[in-house]
Design a protein around this ligand. Structure first.
Ligand code: KIV
Length: 282
């Protein structure tokens, strides 16, 4: 695996035939594993509200929380490009405050780019960020921060008028200076058309196979999510079941007197005066 992936390298993937592979991560140990397998982009997504904090929506996630998680993930990112989400309320007030908040993600969180949701109405903000060299990944379609307007986490762009609007959103995000755009929860035909029209890479989640890359939420991929995963998310492991079995064994062994055994116990040092033996861990 080569060194660190950069924003220009992700931008240059468009038309290269090599799909961008992206995943979310929220802490050091999982980010290390994600980084080790050669994932191109790690996103500290505000999905952490739902998969880590147990919330129903991403709306309550704060900038401080993204900074905190991003800092952990940054230590693990030796290869992947680190993108951090601007959470709800941190970029909608004004382009000026968006720049200040995004700068915190780079300065304090160690992120190399930020992601924000919205199309035409966010173009001014994307431009303001790009002008001060804060690379921006756009995000259109099913934008979870708009859950109340959408009436739930629903597929967008099934009707022709919505499709036109989403294409305009994608073009506006590109024109404003984003280096890539996430297409979430839209019909694969629409994602294919947007991908064909844009000169920046599209990264799909629930947007079919014709995007320039794919992103998924780590907990869905690993089978850590409680209940049913979204239709578009493929489970590549069943870690919930593995973890439950391991924890159940621990509970049973402690209750049954099978753990700890002598193998997991320390022993006094023979022949050493008591005060010198204290504190040793071998
Ligand atoms: O917050 C997130 O994890 C995301 C991805 C699903 C694209 O925005």
């Amino acid at each position: 695996m080569q060194g660190k992936i950069t924003v220009p390298e992700i931008r240059a993937r468009k038309g290269s035939g090599l799909p961008i592979v992206a995943l979310t991560a929220y802490d050091y140990p999982f980010a290390r594993l994600v980084d080790q397998v050669g994932v191109d982009v790690i996103l500290v997504g505000d999905s952490l509200g739902m998969v880590v904090q147990g919330l129903d929506t991403t709306l309550p996630v704060t900038l401080e929380e993204i900074v905190y998680h991003s800092r952990m993930v940054a230590r693990a990112c030796r290869h992947a490009l680190l993108v951090a989400d601007l959470p709800f309320g941190s970029y909608q007030v004004s382009p000026r405050s968006a720049v200040a908040n995004a700068a915190r993600l780079l300065k304090e969180g160690g992120a190399e780019a930020v992601k924000l949701e919205g199309g035409i109405h966010m173009a001014r903000t994307i431009r303001a960020l790009a002008e001060v060299d804060i690379p921006v990944m756009g995000h259109i379609g099913l934008t979870p921060q708009s859950v109340h307007r959408m009436g739930g986490h629903k597929v967008q762009g099934r009707r022709p008028a919505e499709q036109e609007r989403l294409l305009e959103d994608a073009l506006a995000v590109e024109e404003a200076g984003a280096f890539a755009v996430v297409l979430e929860g839209i019909p694969r035909e629409l994602a294919a058309e947007i991908t064909a029209q844009l000169t920046i890479p599209t990264i799909g989640i629930g947007a079919g196979p014709d995007c320039d890359g794919q992103i998924l939420v780590l907990h869905d991929v690993l089978g850590l999510t409680e209940g049913r995963s979204p239709k578009f998310a493929k489970r590549y492991a069943a870690l919930r079941e593995t973890v439950v079995a391991a924890l159940q064994s621990y509970v049973n062994e402690v209750r049954g007197g099978l753990f700890p055994t002598d193998e997991h116990s320390f022993h006094t040092l023979v022949g050493v005066p008591r005060e010198r033996a204290v504190g040793g861990a071998s």
